[in-house]
Design a protein around this ligand. Structure first.
Ligand code: CAA
Length: 382
C-alpha cells in the first residue's frame, strides 16, 4: 500500500503489525461496535500492549518513542477498519501525551507518562466550549489561583473520548483581561473532585467513540499540573493541534483507503447489463480518482509527520494535509456509496459507516475553513 515512500524496515514492520492487528482484531467487530455505540475498551488495551498508545513517549518513561511517522503508519491501518478506534488512538498519542512530553515539568512527565505509555491511563484533550469552537482563544472556562491550586468552573464541550478517558489536557482561562495569552494548560485527572462528565453527544458517525462535555464545579487542580508557563496555554494548544491535525489527515486517508478497497471488490463482483460494473468507464474513472487522491493525501501526511519528527516548523503542512485528506476522503466516501448503489445506503455494507465517519474529518481539530485560515496566513500574514 505504501511502497512508494522510503520507509525503513522498522517503519514497514510497524505498518505491517498495525495492518494485521486491524484486520484480525478490529475489523470483525467494528460494525457492531458502531451499531451499538460501544467503546472498544478491549481493543485499546491490546493496542497498548502493542506499544501503540505510547508511540511518542520517550523510552525512559516506558514509551516506544517511535515518532510521528510511525504513528501515522499505524493510525492509517487502524482507521482503515475503524475510525472510532482510530480517533481514540490519535487523540491519546497526539493531543494528550504530546503536550505532556513537550511542555510538562519533570514532575508531570514522571507522574503521568509511564501510565499513559502502558495504557493504564487513557488521555483526552479539552479545548472547545459551546461558544468557543473555531474561535478557540475566546474560551471562558475559568481557573482562579488559590494557594497551590487553581479553582476551576465552567464547561468544556466536544471532548473526544470524554466518557472513557482517565486524564485530560485542559485549556483554561487564567486571565480574563487577555485573549490568547490569558489561557493556561493543565493536566487534570478524571477522578478530581468537582469534575464530572456531562452530556454525551449522539453523533452521525464515530459512534463507538464517546464525545462529551466536561463540567467543572469548584474543581481544585494542583498548580503543579500546569503545562508550560501561565499564559502559554493557547500556544501549547495550537502546537499540539499541529500534531493532531496530521492524525486526522491520516484518519481521512485510512477511511478513503477502506472506501477504495470496498469499491474495487464490489466493482469486480457486481454485474449489470451483462458485465461487471468495473468494466464500465463511469466506475473506472471513480476508482482512478479515488486512488489518485489517496496517494497524494498519504504523501502529504507522511511529509508533515516527518517534519514534526525533525522538529522543524510544520503548522502549514499539517493544515494542508488535514484539509486535502479530509476533503478527499469525503469525495471518496461519496463515490464508494455511489458505486455500491442501493447497497451502499444499507447498513449491510461498511461503506455506509465510512460515509458517516468521513464527515467529521472536515470538522474536528479545526474545520476546513480554519485550515484555510492557517494556510493562507502562512503566505499572506495577518
Ligand atoms: N503553534 C504555536 N503557536 C501558535 C500556533 C501554532 N500552530 N498558532 C498560533 N499560535 C500563536 C500565535 O503565534 C499567537 O502568538 P502571539 O500572540 O505571540 O503572536 C497566538 O498563538 C494567538 O494566535 P492567533 O492570533 O493566530 O489566534 P486566533 O485567535 O487568530 O486563532 C485560529 C487562530 C487558527 C483560528 C485558531 O483559533 C484555531 O486553530 N481554531 C480552531 C480550533 C480547533 O482546531 N479546535 C479543535 C479542538 S480539538 C477537537 O476537535 C476535539 C477532539 O478532541 C478531537
Amino acid at each position: 500500500m505504501s511502497s512508494f515512500f522510503d520507509l525503513s524496515d522498522e517503519e514497514r514492520m510497524i505498518q505491517q503489525t498495525a495492518r494485521e492487528f486491524a484486520d484480525s482484531e478490529i475489523a470483525p467487530v467494528a460494525g457492531q461496535n458502531d451499531a451499538e455505540g460501544r467503546f472498544p475498551k478491549d481493543i485499546i488495551a491490546k493496542l497498548s500492549e502493542l506499544g501503540f498508545m505510547g508511540m511518542l513517549i520517550p523510552e525512559k518513561y516506558g514509551g516506544s518513542a517511535l515518532g510521528n511517522l510511525c504513528l501515522v503508519l499505524a493510525l492509517e491501518e487502524i482507521n482503515r477498519v475503524c475510525a472510532s478506534t482510530g480517533v481514540t488512538m490519535s487523540v491519546h498519542n497526539s493531543l494528550a501525551t504530546s503536550p505532556i512530553i513537550k511542555f510538562g515539568s519533570d514532575y508531570v512527565k514522571e507522574t503521568y507518562l509511564p501510565r499513559l505509555a502502558t495504557g493504564e491511563l487513557l488521555g483526552a484533550y479539552a479545548l472547545s466550549e459551546a461558544e468557543a469552537g473555531s474561535d478557540a482563544a475566546s474560551l471562558k472556562c475559568r481557573a482562579v489561583k488559590d494557594g497551590d491550586n487553581f479553582v476551576v468552573n465552567g464547561t468544556k464541550s466536544w471532548v473526544t473520548t470524554g466518557a472513557n478517558a482517565d486524564l485530560y489536557v485542559v485549556m483554561l482561562r487564567t486571565d480574563p483581561e487577555q485573549r490568547a495569552s490569558g489561557i493556561s494548560s493543565f493536566v487534570v485527572e478524571r477522578d478530581t473532585p468537582g469534575l464530572s462528565v456531562g452530556k454525551k453527544e449522539d453523533k452521525l458517525g464515530l459512534r463507538a467513540s464517546s464525545t462529551t462535555e466536561l463540567v467543572f464545579e469548584d474543581c481544585r487542580i494542583p498548580a503543579k499540573n500546569m503545562l508550560g508557563e501561565e499564559g502559554q496555554g493557547f500556544k501549547i494548544a495550537m502546537a499540539t493541534l499541529d500534531g493532531g491535525r496530521i492524525g486526522i489527515g491520516t484518519q481521512a486517508v485510512g477511511i478513503a483507503q477502506a472506501c477504495l478497497d470496498a469499491s474495487v471488490s464490489y466493482a469486480k463482483e457486481r454485474e449489470q447489463f451483462g458485465k461487471k460494473i468495473g468494466e464500465f468507464q463511469a466506475i473506472q474513472w471513480k476508482i482512478a480518482d479515488m486512488a489518485t487522491g489517496i496517494n497524494a493525501a498519504r504523501l502529504m501526511v507522511y511529509r508533515a509527520a516527518r517534519l514534526r519528527d525533525e522538529d522543524v516548523p510544520h503548522t502549514k503542512e499539517a493544515a494542508m494535509a488535514k484539509l486535502f485528506a479530509s476533503e478527499m476522503a469525503n469525495r471518496a466516501a461519496r463515490e464508494a456509496v455511489q458505486i455500491h448503489g442501493g447497497a451502499g445506503y444499507l447498513k449491510d455494507f461498511p461503506v455506509e459507516r465510512y460515509y458517516r465517519d468521513a464527515r467529521i474529518t472536515e470538522i474536528y481539530e479545526g474545520t476546513s475553513e480554519v485550515q484555510r485560515i492557517v494556510i493562507s496566513r502562512a503566505y499572506l500574514g495577518g
